[in-house]
Design a binder for this molecule. Structure first.
Ligand SMILES: NC(=O)c1ccc[n+]([C@@H]2O[C@H](COP(=O)([O-])OP(=O)(O)OC[C@H]3O[C@@H](n4cnc5c(N)ncnc54)[C@H](O)[C@@H]3O)[C@@H](O)[C@H]2O)c1
Length: 263
């Protein structure tokens, strides 16, 4: 038996209409799972579902709406007959930093944290357990200080803490909860800033000891591993998929001798 395969399993992936969520859905289908693509972007979600064929179905889902959260769990049970995996990947990059108004804080946390938490509870209640898995997509943005941002990093840091609490709460039912935290990863958001993959690697590579930014497949492979029986005794922890970004300190991995030599 190949412990990395997910044949027969059914997953929900939020934010799967584009970017890393779509790549994670591709990875799960490639490993044998069937996937419900839950996203508020109907056109994008339908296009990814069409690309993935029989193994995927799109379910229009706004994570800020309780009835939609129930609806995507029902879509997995109704369409594929069971539920084994949830990947909370959807995100709202809304972040005016310290200028944010209360309504903006509510909106960002509603999608990035509260929607993920409520869906975790609903999905876990419906999961085939033991053996169920929840993977929350974190970010290096939730681990370090950065000027001008507040809502997104706070939501990601909270999601990592939620991961630990949910892992302990759901362990008695045999459901594992982990997070996977990328650093800079080629995606629509990075493409809008960098313009090309080559430029993303040239600029971002300086911040990643691996010398390049991540790719969706890097993140998807880690999620497949986290969902597989190969990771069957791993729960509550964060798996950085960041080419070493998060092992660096403020000295960017360079010794005092190197800093003085260059200044
Ligand atoms: N791109 C990166 O470099 C990077 C780095 C670290 C972490 N991440 C994390 O990876 C995940 C995916 O990031 P991405 O850059 O691919 O994002 P993206 O913006 O390309 O995609 C996010 C998806 O979430 C969906 N979404 C937004 N609001 C929603 C709502 N209310 N209900 C349902 N769906 C909603 C969007 O429609 C979109 O399809 C996020 O959790 C992000 O924090 C990304």
């Amino acid at each position: 038996m190949d412990l990395m395969r997910l044949d027969g399993r059914v997953a929900i992936v939020t934010g799967a209409a584009r970017g890393l969520g779509a790549d994670i859905a591709r990875g799960l289908v490639g490993a044998g799972a069937r996937v419900v693509l839950a996203d508020s972007d109907a056109a994008g979600g339908a296009a990814v579902a069409a690309e993935l064929g029989q193994g995927a179905a799109f379910c229009a889902t706004d994570l800020a709406r309780d009835e939609d959260i129930d609806g995507c769990v029902a879509a997995a049970l109704g369409g594929f007959g069971r539920l084994d995996v949830l990947v909370n990947c959807a995100v709202l990059y809304l972040d005016p930093g310290l200028d944010a108004m209360r309504a903006e804080w509510h909106r960002a946390l509603d999608v990035n944290l509260i929607g993920a938490a409520l869906l975790t509870a609903r999905a876990a209640a419906a999961m085939t357990a033991p053996g169920g898995v929840v993977v929350n997509i974190g970010s290096v943005g939730g681990k370090f200080g950065a000027a001008g941002r507040a809502l997104y990093p706070a939501s990601k840091a909270a999601l990592l803490q939620f991961t630990r609490n949910a892992a302990v709460s759901l362990a008695p039912r045999g459901i594992r909860v982990l997070s996977v935290s990328p650093a800079w990863t080629w995606s629509p958001a990075l493409a809008a800033m960098a313009g090309s993959e080559a430029r993303a690697d040239a600029v971002g590579g300086r911040l990643h000891p691996a010398g390049r930014v991540g790719r969706g497949a890097d993140v998807a492979n880690a999620v497949v591993f986290a969902c597989s029986d190969m990771a069957g005794f791993i729960t509550g922890v964060d798996l950085p998929v960041d080419g070493g970004f998060s092992i660096l300190g403020p000295d960017a991995g360079r010794s005092p001798r190197q800093w003085f030599a260059d200044s």
